[in-house]
Ligand binder design. Sequence first.
Ligand code: 6R9
Length: 630
Amino acid sequence: MQINSIEEYQETYKLSVDQPEQFWAGIADNFLWRKKWDKVLSWNFSEPNIKWFEGAKLNITENCLDRHLAENGDKPAIIWEPNDPTKDSITLSYKILHEQVCRFANVLKKNGVKKGDRVCIYMPMVPELAVAVLACARIGAVHSVVFGGFSAKSIADRINDAECKVVITADGAFRGNKQIQLKEVIDDALIGCPTVERVIVLTHTRTPVSMLKGRDIWWEDEIKLVDTNCPAEEMDAEDLLFILYTSGSTGKPKGVVHTIGGYMVYAGYTFSNVFHYQKDEVFFCTADIGWITGHSYIVYGPLSQGATTLMFEGIPTYPDASRMWQVVEKHKVNILYTAPTAIRSLMSFGLAPLNGIDMSSLRVLGSVGEPINEEAWHWFDENIGKGECPIVDTWWQTETGGIMISPIAFVTPTKPSFATLPLPGIQPILVDEKGVEIEGNGVNGNLCIKFPWPGMLRTTYGDHERCKLTYFSTYENLYFTGDGCLRDEDGYYRITGRVDDVINVSGHRIGTAEVENAINMHAGVVESAVVGFPHEVKGQGIYAFVIFPNIHDDADLTRKDILQTVTRVIGAIAKPDKILFVTGLPKTRSGKIMRRILRKIAEGDISNLGDISTLLDPTVVEEIIEKSKK
Ligand code: 6R9
């Protein structure tokens, strides 16, 4: 299923558009099915109702584990590199990983988890996280992984939305020189989560934790009570595999739902092709499994292809700025898939951290999560790839399940900051505000997709209407991505960023409304408006304009207090970089905040604020500008 030349790409692309069902059936044939499908695809984007490989039966863990055992049982499936470089790394062969997954799946069963039940996973980046994810899939439970940086309240909201029965966590997590008390956060979260019956706790940091009788049990104790024999549950292709929450332009995060068959085919196909993965190579994706990139390209994509996937617990700058490169050297990484924010942050340390490090094993480099600026692209290319490794700038989303627009390594000629061309099966179109297609090249528009692909979301958990409204109602019969996009003279795509009220901070999506809600919960705050602004390392930073009439004495302390509240409500990742206290916000006569103006001010571009005559009170703009200069 690998494409090896640009001609082959063009032929494959044509087939995938002319005969999508035939094309995807051919790709799906490379996977293990207990029973093949009756129908490849049925769909409409109006409800939406999307079904791939209907009637097929499978278990994704048989694709990720069992099918590799005969020939590759001893091959490393997961290599784990700990936060602390003086500690040993761990390698799990396919055989061992299979055993651990089966064993832990039996633990879940013993604790009452059944097919279809939802399980929340809040864990550090340790091999047991992958084991927990796969164990859920083994028995047909639906996992909902929550990133370790979210607050108790965010976790509680997610647990309640999905009505999770079990939580899997650890005592704590190491992140650089910090420790995160995961179990404590879970304890706080569970005060308001009536559906949770069990909490399974892995020992990792050995920090003291409270264990509630009748609810909390230790991972290490439980696995001793079960054996490693756990036949995989037979699942329908359209059964739920997982829920992953993501921010949108409205207040509450949505539970994006992916189903088993289509997601598996899409994650596996895109992994194999985009990175041109070769047998025995080591693939290193630096994302956290708490995000979609980790789901698709640490766990499911690589394992479905029998690849060796490297899991890194730490951060690129701990104990120093050479750490990521040392990990590449130590494990002879062949493919490195990381984020522009990491590149920019490491770039700022200059070339010294690269001294004496042998990264000649590298063959392919990848970027994901946000637009990569040309400077970072060239730095990555010259200093890490030595001009010899193709860079695949992969555009995709939580909702798309896998990479959508991207070069194929060694096939597609790259161009800095361009995601280049759609993968086979992906039909992008650009539309104007009214939804009219913008044809031809050298044009800008809102990026939509006009035909289904197997990895696409099926619904938003518990609220199908929301899925319809968010993605399928802006433009009729199109999936709307929320991104703006340029198609240049060569027909190459460059993603220009979100066109909705979502800020992309270090590759993480944060809804402005979510941050505003959190700020507004702070005592004394009357109102707030949040926008993004260009940030050297993070890509975008968060700028908050806050009305707080009675700051008694210390405005700086009040700022810090507000940051505390945001950390409590959402998590540290949503903390504003700047807070400006103002007495009014620019509003239209109908009461809508004009973010366009605030965005300009946050960017420091006040020369051209556009038409402000429709404002209720244009003088507030002057006040904000004056204050922003201080
Ligand atoms: C995979 C992932 C999705 C949003 C997406 C877009 C931005 C992702 C990008 C990119 C430019 C790239 N984005 N990859 N922008 N170039 N290569 O990141 O999923 O967390 O859901 O974010 O990220 O704005 O809409 P997710």
